[in-house]
Ligand binder design. Structure first.
Ligand SMILES: Cc1cc2nc3c(=O)[nH]c(=O)nc-3n(C[C@H](O)[C@H](O)[C@H](O)COP(=O)(O)OP(=O)(O)OC[C@H]3O[C@@H](n4cnc5c(N)ncnc54)[C@H](O)[C@@H]3O)c2cc1C
Length: 222
């Protein structure tokens, strides 16, 4: 069923990532970690639906998305930051492979952190972050989405990893099996989200460390 949403507000989260807040249609429900297809109600863009993840919680009265803009794609995410309050988008969904299956390690790269925003916010609200660790890879410090939110989540262990910059207190390089062996407790659930190359590399890394497939949850197709 296609629904129409009205934009309430948008603001910048980083230099290229934006938070969009929409009104929430009555009776619409989803689980933390799920996504929906959004399309702008603008001439030439109505058939250009793209998948984005809810970052608000199911019991909140609005719907929130955190979306990274790629001007080089000449596509939807270049246009979205030009949306004005009061403009409409259509929503189809919800759908998505990543939902909360239990405490564990959340491996994210870039905007791939979005399914974990809702899942970890829901756990934070219940005081249920014991055994949860976020290992968040980005190119530079300026790319880290919602850094203060992660810092403020009591009980959440956070490791930031930067591939193109060195910064005090943050890891430098790329996450691999050796990094996970040293810094993560892989005895719980393992969640992986990000660009396909990252997802494949993390899947291989946890396999190398003998994590069984049924404890590994991924979202493909980013
Ligand atoms: C289930 C799911 C949930 C998601 N949730 C989120 C979310 O919450 N937040 C978020 O930020 N993202 C999310 N994504 C990723 C998001 O859907 C894509 O970033 C988005 O679809 C890109 O749309 P676009 O129109 O800007 O570009 P695309 O549709 O990727 O590309 C438009 C055109 O640009 C060209 N192009 C493609 N890639 C490149 C490139 N690398 N360089 C140059 N040109 C290129 C191609 O010709 C393409 O036709 C999610 C993805 C999935 C699968």
């Amino acid at each position: 069923m296609t629904r129409t949403l009205i934009l309430q507000s948008q603001d910048a989260v980083t230099h290229d990532t934006y938070r969009f807040v929409f009104d929430r249609p009555e009776g619409f429900d989803f689980e933390p970690g799920q996504a929906a297809e959004l399309a702008m109600c603008r001439e030439g863009w109505r058939d250009e639906g793209r998948p984005f993840t809810f970052t608000s919680l199911p019991d909140e009265d609005h719907l929130e998305f955190v979306i990274k803009s790629y001007p080089s794609h000449d596509g939807v995410t270049e246009q979205l930051p030009t949306l004005k309050s009061g403009e409409k988008v259509t929503l189809d969904g919800p759908f998505g492979a990543i939902t909360d299956k239990g405490a564990g390690v959340f491996l994210a790269a870039g905007a791939g952190v979005t399914p974990f925003i809702a899942i970890l916010r829901a756990r934070a609200r219940q005081g249920d972050l014991a055994g949860c660790q976020l290992i968040f890879s980005n190119k530079t410090e300026a790319d880290i989405i919602l850094r203060d939110d992660w810092r403020g989540m009591d009980g959440l262990k956070v490791e930031h990893v930067l591939s193109e910059e060195k910064a005090d207190g943050l890891h430098h390089g790329k996450v691999d099996a050796a990094f996970l062996d040293r810094h993560a407790d892989l005895s719980g659930q393992i969640y992986i989200c990000g660009p396909q190359g990252y997802v494949d590399a993390m899947r291989d890394a946890v396999k190398e460390l003998s994590v069984p497939d049924d404890r590994v949850h991924t979202e493909d197709g980013w």
